[in-house]
Design a protein around this ligand. Sequence first.
Ligand code: ADP
Length: 721
Amino acid sequence: MEHTCTKIPFDLDSNSDYCDGYIMFENRILFVYENGAEAQYPADEMAELIIRSDVGCGSLEIRPKNSEGSENNIPVCRFTMTCIDALGELCKSVNHFIDTGEETEVSLEQTRICPKCGRHYMGGMNKCIFCTKKTGLYKRIFKLAVPYTKYIVLSGVMVLLANAASALNPVLNAKILDGFLYAPNLEISAAIKGILSIAAIMITASLIGQIFTVIGRRSASIVSAGISHSLRTMVYEKLQRISLKKLQNRTGGDLMGRVTDDTEEVKDFISEDAMRALYQGLLFLVIVVILCTISPMLTILVLLPVPVGLYIFYMFRVTVHIRYMKQWRCERQGKSVLRDIVEGIRVVKLFGAEQREISKYDKISLRLAKIGISNERLWALTFPYVTFFIGIGEFLVIFFGGKMAINGDITAGQLLQFTLYLAYLYGPIDWFSRLPQKLGRVNTSIIKIFEILDETEEAELVPATLTNASFNDKIEFKNVRFGYTAYEPVLKDINLTVNKGEMIGLVGHSGAGKSTMINLIMRLYDVDAGQITIDGDDIRAFEPEEYRSKVAVVFQQTFLFAGSIYDNIAYAKPNAEADEIIRAAKIANAHDFIMKLPDGYNTQVGENAHTLSGGEKQRIAIARAVLRDPEILILDEATSALDTQTESLIQEAMSRLVKGRTTFAIAHRLSTLKDADRLVVIEKGRIAEVGSHSELVKRGGIYASLVAAQKQTAKLRKSEK
Ligand code: ADP
């Protein structure tokens, strides 16, 4: 049968041996081909298509209709982890069909497999380095250079003049030879005078050449610093706008690397190599023209081997590129280990793991050194042979040029001039032959920078169509399904209606999906299927910033930026007046403790500054939330691990904050949710129970068992005391 839909590969058979298999979903049927044999599973008989991941491999299973638990699941195929992303996308598509009856194309966009060449993307990248067209990227870099045109032109002119100054040397040398040393009938004193004046010209030309070079370099550095500044700010600004789902696969170190190291790499390339390319290119042209004026025949002889040599280098660039990617990946690993160790140094010391961490870093560093040596060795072994080949022309010149001089076709001075210019000619050729090595490195950085710059922004994922996020009636979750990865749904079939002003307590075991629910309400992530609506409008239709201005959060762990307490509260509303901030701090029961600090509201907090206690930080967070005056409030485990007095201060502040607002609260200690209008119990990503505290206790379900377990723990604690 001819299939037109996307085929998703899998690679293990039921005995976990490697096999050749693929799977696809078309016309309500799941087709599975394993080593040529076909199996079909109608979607109408499925309740869900799921992935179970084991260690190093996983399996795709069908949960049949009318069956609970996993014992009746039908195994479909097995696979190694390289297939998991694509199969996860298949699950998403099939489950969407089961829920809605709508068939959708399986998207491989998130699978990190290049749709063109089928290779997996290199670590940390979402683009194929082999298939990405580089010319377009260079064009974009050059576009950034447009505002600096005058400096580029100045730099080019300076380079040309510096070249001209240094190109005088061989002419002057020839003049010394033919005009003074081999000139018959010339008096010695006149010859010495002549030589001295030529030496003076040489020194002056060299000095002027150096001045031109300095001016050229200064202009080049203005261009490169300007471009790197533009790139850095562009990447940084873009990072703020990319959705969290797109960012979560990247480490902080990688992202920081792209803002700093990669832009630096591009800057160095522009200031050093691009300028050198201009210099060497112009020098090459000037010298070829001069050589032709001396002897076109000898020039042709010299240039004959050059194209072949350059072609060999050109072919070599793919190998170089792959090797540099490997080196970069290893460097990246090293950096992220280093970052981990620096950030987690307390934990490392606490577990006495210094030696372990040292040897871990040592291993990576050694690997990096080996890769570096091997890359350099490859280069060192190839380079001299090809340069030798390119330089064969020089020997031809000695032979044929010598013959021409003996025959009197050219003078000895002209031959000397020619061979001196030849040395100038090999400089640019030598430099251009090293260009692939330099390009390999900068190409990787350019791809990494533009990968971030081209990442879809959250506003582009679902373009905003509504400008005013009004909220007068209710928030609804309609058949919501969501997973951080395609293959592992965290929330399933979530249906919930929350009226304006209601307080909802989210409860459930750890890992059940409570925080994920609030991540969706905050729109840090968008649902995979279903909808969250406010007064009937999908929240994705609102401008994200506008929508989030209606929401405030008080987390258990409050992050304070380096700065004063005043600035930290004002973070929620940068244009707030001082009395608004003090009022917010008073409502949050924070004013009194702030006034007792050495500098009051000006006390510096954050890294390397005054350390606030957990309870104090939480009150700053409440003050931020008060200042924001949100319609929807989210409290994530907002009261825990505090002494009784602080807790009552926080509780008091919190009940002021909650009043009249639609609130979603998560708390491990169920007693803190006693004010909630309704409790929603989440179990394994589904809503298991909804009701008031007394209703749920009466029902004797999951909530009742959670309450009983907490009472038991409290009793044990008391008896221990
Ligand atoms: P809860 O708040 O109920 O403890 P969460 O919503 O934090 O549970 O987590 C639900 C599930 O989602 C867990 O299995 C957790 O491992 C997973 N999870 C949470 N955050 C992420 C993330 N950023 N990336 C991948 N998986 C995540």
